[in-house]
Design a protein around this ligand. Structure first.
Ligand SMILES: [Zn+2]
Length: 236
């Protein structure tokens, strides 16, 4: 399966980049009506939850309006994580390498390599797409780290935690670079109060990839944001 790349003003727009026609709605958050305490939507539909966790509602209209390069589309990010789709082109990454490993690429200015068990909200990426990204994405030009990964078990979600008493968003505590809280699937108490916006996986069987192995000729110009690639939480 190959998706047609979207462009805007001559720039290729990454798969998980949201467009202006895809701004999240703001349905009221209400107490959950069934299944114990927690948050829900007034007009909740079964598609609003995954693994019993409430997800941010986002329209799906890629290519309509203007791209918001600093953002991440919650649904496409989740699809990319669940199906191992490339965050840049949206195509399947399974089979991209003969050894079956997946490539993960993250913004990093510390020079620290990806560590075993590190969390990522950034979906995998094709090697060819990564080569373009490290040359054309300004975020990544400031520093990046990449790793080949054997296993990517689902770890939890990144989202907005709500205060049970007031049903208002709480100040973030374990916030990643998007200002979202990280909540593991094993933490049922907090999962009930989070509005999820990203699927987060753990990276296992990690092997750092040398810069020279990725940097090559790039033909496509990339967006000035490439935020999807730089949005992964870098700690646990
Ligand atoms: Zn790709």
């Amino acid at each position: 399966m190959t998706r047609s790349p979207l462009h805007w003003r001559g720039l290729r727009v990454p798969f998980i980049t949201p467009w202006s026609a895809e701004a999240p709605g703001e349905p009221p958050i209400v107490p959950r009506r069934w299944g114990g305490p927690g948050i829900g939507y007034q007009d909740e539909h079964h598609t609003d939850r995954r693994d019993d966790v409430l997800w941010l509602r986002v329209p799906v209209a890629p290519g309509r309006g203007t791209p918001h390069f600093a953002g991440v589309h919650a649904l496409r990010q989740r699809q990319a994580m669940d199906r191992d789709l490339c965050q840049v082109c949206g195509g399947p990454t399974v089979g991209d390498r003969p050894d079956g490993r997946l490539l993960f690429l993250m913004h990093s200015t510390s020079g620290r390599p990806v560590s075993e068990g590190e969390l990522s909200a950034a979906p995998p990426v094709h090697e060819a797409c990564a080569r373009e990204a490290v040359q054309e994405c300004p975020h990544l030009r400031r520093g990046w780290t990449a790793a080949l990964v054997k296993h990517t078990p689902a770890w939890g979600v990144a989202g907005i935690l709500y205060e049970p008493r007031t049903l208002r968003p709480r100040p973030t505590s374990s916030a990643d670079s998007d200002g979202l809280d990280l909540v593991p699937y094993e933490d049922d108490a907090r999962l009930r109060w989070v509005l999820a916006a990203r699927r987060v996986v753990a990276l296992h069987g990690v092997e750092e990839v040398a810069l020279s192995a990725l940097v090559g000729a790039a033909e496509q110009r990339f967006s000035p944001g490439c935020a999807g690639i730089s949005s992964g939480p870098s700690g646990q």
